[in-house]
Design a protein around this ligand. Sequence first.
Ligand SMILES: [Zn+2]
Ligand SMILES: [Zn+2]
Length: 363
Amino acid sequence: MTDMATAVVQTAPETYELRELPLPEIGFDDALLELEACGICGTDVEVFEGGPNRSYPIVPGHEPLGRIIRIGDGASAKWAVKEGDRVAVHSTLTCGRCRTCRAGLRGCTAPEFSDSAIYGFRSPDVSPGLWGGFATHLYLAPEAMVLPVSLDLSVGAASLFNVMSNGVDWAIELGGVRAGMSVAILGPGPRGLATLIACKAAGAGPIAVTGLTRDGERLAMARELGADATLDVSGGNVAGAVVDALGRAPQLVIDTTPGSVDSVVDAIAMVAQKGMIVLAGLKGPGRTAPVPVDQIAAKQVTIRGVVSRALSSMQYAIELIESQRWPFDRLASDAFGLADAEQAVRSLMGDHPPLHARIEIGA
Ligand SMILES: [Zn+2]
Ligand SMILES: [Zn+2]
């Protein structure tokens, strides 16, 4: 085995380069992963474009999947995995000691575990450098959270663990979706489709998924996955169209649309009395929505925001993928090699983004 890793390093907005980094020594409580793949999402696009307050260099890639090639005894006992196992890596490193961590909540407040303590956001200059999933190897720090994934799955299907975690987190963990619940999912992107699968797994229905005219392929996939209605809402009147399609107001609305704040107003307009809205898509810094306060009060609406995902959601997401009850291989539509990382991220920036994109080592 070579003792060097190859990693994509982002040195400035829209600037990737490939670098060789030495493989680290592994001690008692850490491990080294040979990466198989790393899922890509809208966050990678924002980082690539150089969103506000980004500092460089970083090794991008926050949805890593791979095989453990070296592991210390302590880490092996803590994570219940061994050399050769395939694992999915949670994007955040947590101290495990602060009040938030001890309460089992997400959003570690320890200063050294700030924004940069996320895989895909750390500098390669912080030893041992292998902090991102766009690379041949990933360093599993003692503070990492990893879960085993079956080797029976294709690399593509397994690489959906992060997007599925979001769907599970938003629909089940936060939305409390359950059998027979009427649901509206705003946005048919990878996260919208993952949310749909989580809702179907919980037995919810009827379910409507909204999109735009350009989302034809994604809306067709939503129907295949079991959406009762898919709506092209390019023309507006989103709330009316959703309520008509469902035959009643949705008890749960999950807004997965990035960028647009109109969807927040739509969600409040369509949600049922005492319904729940999960605001899952980031709208961008400084974006604010006019809030119809009286409507929220009159309908006694609960609105929940979310960041990251619970480890329990990641566990259930992996179980859903391992069930192979949905066409995950086709959902994992596009694979790009490490050398084509820029092309991979740019594929999400066009008008016809793939169902899902990933970096696959050796693709
Ligand atoms: Zn992501
Ligand atoms: Zn903490």
